[in-house]
Design a protein around this ligand. Structure first.
Ligand code: C5P
Length: 235
């Protein structure tokens, strides 16, 4: 096999060995998850929304009455919670006590608590191990804040999505979510452990004026081009 082909058009690459990881990082409301999902479907890869994993932990802390500002208590909970990975319909996610928390992880309260728990180094270590274990499901399109810099720094497929602050705020408002995303971004950029950064070899796409179909087409084009010049070409 010479290149990364569209799953639907030319047969899925789900079982490419070794599996491929496409890392899509970026700030809040930069379109990471939407585009990661489109790209994953086009290639027949598994989509992993790592923000959802951090949200799930924050949600569980709130549910259990654990103070998210108490790093020790958050670490203790993260070490003992019954969280398991499952992959359904091309999406990998975390279940807690066997159940999917669903939309409960998308509330403003959980959004505000998430960057606080995400700044705890022990939490990031747990997430790193868990996110790397997603390779058991096959080739991945993983979106987050540190995928290209920390989780899979060796992947040649790294993208960083950006959009103007005004456009990102507009997107959140269109989803009916009144959230101060600038404050969340500030926390994500300033934390000591794996802060939001652009990997030096990432392709940066500013999609302020692009639709998700246009953004994902750019990513797919680049992946197909690059796959001819990397080790994938010999598979
Ligand atoms: O992507 P999403 O906006 O759902 O992420 C929620 C929060 O999870 C982010 O603001 C960030 O604090 C944290 N996060 C992270 N590292 C990732 C993904 C998300 O710290 N890889």
């Amino acid at each position: 096999m010479g290149r990364v082909a569209a799953g639907r058009e030319r047969g899925s690459l789900y079982n490419v060995n070794p599996p491929i990881v496409i890392a899509i990082d970026g700030a809040s409301a930069s379109g990471k998850s939407t585009n990661a999902r489109i790209v994953a479907r086009a290639l027949g890869f598994i989509h992993v929304d790592t923000g959802a994993m951090y949200r799930t932990l924050a949600w569980y802390c709130l549910k259990k009455g654990v103070d998210v500002h108490d790093a020790q208590a958050v670490t203790a909970l993260c070490r003992r919670w019954n969280a398991t990975l499952e992959c359904v319909g091309g999406e990998a996610r975390l279940l807690v006590n066997g159940a999917d928390p669903g939309a409960e992880i998308r509330t403003v309260q959980v959004s505000q608590a998430t960057p606080v728990v995400a700044a705890v180094p022990e939490v990031r270590e747990w997430m790193m191990q868990t996110q790397r274990r997603c390779l058991q499901f096959g080739s991945l399109v993983m979106d987050g804040r540190d995928i290209g810099t920390h989780i899979f720094p060796e992947t040649p497929f790294k993208f960083y999505l950006d959009a103007s602050p005004g456009e990102r705020a507009k997107r959140r408002a269109a989803e009916g979510i009144a959230e101060d995303i600038a404050a969340r971004d500030e926390r994500d950029v300033r934390r000591a452990a794996a802060p939001l950064q652009i990997a030096p070899d990432a392709i940066v796409i500013n999609n302020s004026h692009l639709t998700s179909n246009q953004t994902s087409a750019l990513i797919l084009e680049r992946v197909r081009q690059d796959s001819q010049t990397t080790s994938l070409a010999s598979q």
